[in-house]
Ligand binder design. Structure first.
Ligand SMILES: [Fe+2]
Ligand SMILES: [Fe+2]
Length: 244
């Protein structure tokens, strides 16, 4: 365990654990204790959002002796039972959904996020009711993230804040994906609370063919830690390590 005032974070997204993945992650989770103080899992924890897959995740996490913090991804919603999946996962990790947890010197706030597009091309909540509902979803997720970050500030005004997301808050970290699907990979609505609350760093997944590093216009670092992105960047084991 790190005894300094920094906390070493290991971050990964899109582990997509299937029922046949028993034992696939346990060794890597077990080895993390020597490298990090906390593990972040940025959504798509299960492959299709089945309770059986969540049970496999829970079993793999038994090998992980450091605290684990994560958010659900769209795949964790696929079977229409995200609450049940989260309930199983919460037996072995913190699953954040508009709330926060403090570990070591760092406060973690998390939401899944949603689609909506970026910057001048982000969709407005305008026109047809179904379009308003679609865009309102990401606005609600951004509001939840803002409140979770505020909750951390209210507990400790000097705490270092880290955002855990599934969808991307900036376009830079989805570059590599087809441009035509950019709007479905995240939204700059999610970037606003990162800058407003001055987070140290944000981690996300979802864009499997995206780019590892990005930055918001006001200089907040953003990392896409999706497993394929890390492997494509030469990581031998799929965890991005950072001292915070
Ligand atoms: Fe994914
Ligand atoms: Fe995803």
């Amino acid at each position: 365990m790190n005894t300094s005032s920094t906390t070493r974070v290991a971050a990964v997204g899109d582990i997509h654990i299937k029922e046949t993945d028993k034992g696939k992650w346990a060794g890597m989770f077990s080895d993390l204790a020597a490298k990090a103080d906390v593990l972040l899992i940025c959504g798509d924890i299960t492959d299709t959002g089945k309770k059986e897959e969540a049970e496999v995740v829970l079993n793999e996490l038994k090998s992980c002796s450091i605290p684990v913090v994560g958010v659900l991804g769209n795949h964790d919603h696929q079977s229409g039972q995200p609450e049940e999946v989260a309930e199983i996962l919460r037996k072995g990790m913190h699953v954040l959904d508009g709330d926060s947890v403090i570990i070591g010197s760092v406060g973690f706030a998390g939401v899944k996020g949603f689609s909506g597009g970026f910057d001048r091309y982000r969709m407005p909540a305008y026109g047809e009711e179904i379009n308003k509902v679609f865009v309102q979803e990401v606005i609600n997720e951004a509001d939840k993230l803002d409140r979770a970050l505020l909750q951390l500030e209210e507990q400790d005004t000097d705490i270092k804040k880290v955002a855990v997301l599934h969808y991307a808050p900036v376009e830079e970290t989805i570059i590599g994906e087809p441009v035509r699907i950019f709007s479905f990979l995240g939204s700059s609505y999610l970037k606003d609370p990162l800058e407003k609350r001055n987070v140290e760093v944000a981690f996300h997944g979802h864009a499997h063919a995206g780019t590892l590093k990005g930055i918001t216009p006001k200089g907040i670092p953003v990392y896409n830690v999706s497993v394929p992105v890390l492997l494509n960047n030469g990581f031998k084991i799929p965890f991005y390590l950072m001292d915070i």
